[in-house]
Design a binder for this molecule. Structure first.
Ligand SMILES: [Zn+2]
Length: 616
């Protein structure tokens, strides 16, 4: 087919149209390059200033415009009316480059010409001057497929390139290119193309083709193409090949094997209600209607991803699956479902998708993922709980999880029947409740069922009450650390501590200084375990800070275990009538809710406080 044919031929059948659309809408100038404005501007500047390098590396995912840019650059260099940043696309050279048949612009597929022989041949041709244009331009696609020997041979040419030669390497995988080659190329990274840019390009194409398209149908195509202009165009071409005069959402869903928004909404509401049986039934229903399990999981993943962006307060323009008009409703759903749950669901669905691609049992993996999402622990309730503990406020009543009713296009949040909602935190059967150690009094429902426990993350350990006491001491001057004051200072700090660190530090045997502001605390060999605990950074740093504040100067703390005979009897508990702090900590650590909180926040239990007597 001639170039003229491309420009003027009216497609005689849908099949012809299918073939030519991709070529017809390939960008022919830097201005037409969709979604790569920075790259286009940089290349234009290089041409206008006469500073075009010998070798370029274009990197980026497939279908984002690398080869198109390479051809435009070749035309810009060789156009009979150039070199120019705006090649004419009319001269013989421009037109032959456009159809990939120019004698001086050679396109080489790196995947099928990857060996040393091909590169040797290339090298011998490199020295031959261009037959009619200014430059000989080698466009090498998928250059990362070259063998090591091929790269080495290429390197010799790159080290001393003839004046008349330009190389443009394109790759989806720059990591595989030797650094010696990379260092001799000007590198341009092509990003994925934004969805709205793909949509507007598709809209332009369908309008030119005399076909109508629902905007949402084009959005679905663009979303599926995931940043690749070429993929979006080939999907569009498949739709155009059907020969219809209008492209609708059901057309697109049918072609992609995708579920409709109503179906997605029904499954999402089942997941939010943790109704695993209902979700599996809906999933089966979708599959019997020809929907692809991987496609469906991908759609759900996209939905959860949008919930995540809304839950963290991102702008609605970042939405990919949910329509911006529905953002407010989805945000409410996301808040009720909880960010922790949303992120866990994203993880589960993504893992499933990866494994489904390698498995012959995609359906089973998809079903497992759906059930796992339904069975997610109520992570957000734990997060809320700890947040409340930190702020010292009483726990709010947890709102019922809300579900989505209706299609995403008309999404509304509605409360589920309470029988479907998970138990609220306060009514969970927990052995002990969680409270803040420094709260003035436990709230009635919190103090009713057992000892209270302070859950402190490493950062908040340093902010508890004893430090404030030490600060107060410091403001009254501080006491110089000497052998004679050491014991008083150490005892003073211990008297402020009511947690495990204090309990473990109290049975010390002696204190002394080993230099200016260096305090050595010695323990009998029987307390080796306790000393190991105290040596941990969280405990030691905290004690050092308190000492520093008491003394008014930086104090370094050192623990020593004496080489004495270990005592046979165990340490006496501090109170005979009550369990020791260690016992209480061990007990609350067995609580499932506490375990979740510890795991989620990388925290540790530092103290346990018995409920105030009289609380009920
Ligand atoms: Zn030209």
């Amino acid at each position: 087919m001639t170039d003229e044919g491309l420009e003027n031929a009216e497609p005689s059948s849908p099949n012809d149209q299918y073939v030519v659309v991709a070529r017809r809408y390939r960008p022919q100038s830097f201005e037409e390059l969709v979604g790569q404005h920075q790259v286009a501007q940089a290349l234009k500047n290089a041409i206008e200033r006469g500073r075009v390098g010998h070798a370029y590396l274009f990197t980026g995912a497939r279908g984002v415009g690398k080869t198109s840019s390479a051809r435009i650059l070749a035309k810009a260099l060789n156009c009979q009316r150039g070199p120019t940043a705006t090649p004419c696309n009319e001269c013989d050279i421009c037109r032959s480059v456009t159809i990939g048949e120019d004698v001086d612009v050679l396109e080489i597929d790196g995947a099928s010409n990857r060996g040393i022989e091909e590169i040797r041949q290339l090298r011998s041709n490199v020295n031959i001057r261009p037959s009619r244009a200014r430059f000989k331009v080698y466009i090498i696609d998928e250059v990362h497929m070259f063998t090591k020997e091929a790269f080495n041979a290429l390197l010799k040419t790159l080290e001393e390139p003839p004046e008349h030669v330009k190389f443009i390497f394109c790759t989806t995988d720059p990591e595989k290119i030797p650094i010696t080659v990379l260092s001799r190329c000007q590198r341009f990274d092509f990003g994925g193309i934004r969805m709205d840019e793909i949509v507007s390009r598709l809209a332009y194409i369908v309008e030119n083709e005399g076909v109508k398209a629902e905007p949402e149908a084009l959005r679905l195509l663009a979303r599926k193409a995931n940043g690749s202009m070429r993929d979006s165009q080939s999907l569009l071409e498949q739709l155009l090949a059907f020969g219809g005069k209008e492209i609708t959402v059901p057309d697109v869903n049918q072609m992609l094997g995708a579920a409709g928004s109503e179906q997605i909404a029904v499954i999402m509401s089942g997941l939010a209600a943790r109704d695993a049986a209902g979700v599996l039934a809906q999933f089966d229903h979708a599959l019997t209607r020809g929907i692809d399990p991987g496609q469906l999981i991908e759609q759900l993943l996209g939905f959860f991803r949008d919930m995540m962006t809304l839950a963290v307060g991102a702008d609605a323009s970042l939405l990919q699956t949910v329509l911006p008009a529905d953002a407010e409703n989805i945000a409410a759903v996301a808040r009720n479902y909880g960010l922790a749950n949303v992120m866990a669901a994203v993880q589960i669905l993504d893992d499933a998708l990866v494994r489904m691609q390698r498995s012959a049992h995609a359906r089973i993996l998809a079903e497992m993922a759906l059930v796992r999402v339904c069975q997610l622990e109520d992570l957000q309730s734990v997060a809320d709980l700890v947040e409340t503990i930190r702020s010292g406020k009483p726990l709010p009543a947890r709102p019922a999880i809300q579900v989505i009713a209706g299609a995403p296009a008309v999404m509304h949040a509605a409360a589920v029947p309470t029988s479907q909602a998970p138990a609220a935190v306060a009514s969970r059967p927990v052995e002990s409740s969680v409270d803040h150690a420094s709260a003035s009094s436990a709230t009635p429902e919190m103090g009713s069922s057992g000892p209270a426990v302070a859950v402190a993350s490493p950062t908040s350990v340093a902010e508890s009450a004893p430090e404030r006491a030490a600060e107060a001491r410091e403001s009254s001057g501080g006491i110089a650390l000497t052998d004679s004051t050491a014991k008083n200072i150490w005892e003073g700090i211990l008297s402020d501590m009511s947690d495990l660190v204090g309990e473990y530090a109290r049975p010390y045997k002696s204190v002394a200084t080993s230099g200016p502001n260096r305090l050595v605390v010695s323990f009998s060999a029987a307390y080796n375990t306790q000393v190991e605990f105290l040596k941990r950074p969280a405990a030691k740093t905290r004690l050092e800070r308190m000492l520093t504040e008491a003394v008014g100067d930086t104090v370094v703390l050192e623990f020593r275990v004496l080489d004495d005979v270990p005592v046979a009897t165990k340490q006496e508990p501090p109170k005979k009538s009550a369990p020791s702090t260690g016992q209480m900590i061990r007990k609350v650590q067995q609580n499932q809710l506490v375990q979740q909180a510890l795991e989620m926040f990388g925290a540790e239990v530092t103290s346990v406080r018995a409920p105030e007597s009289g609380d009920s």
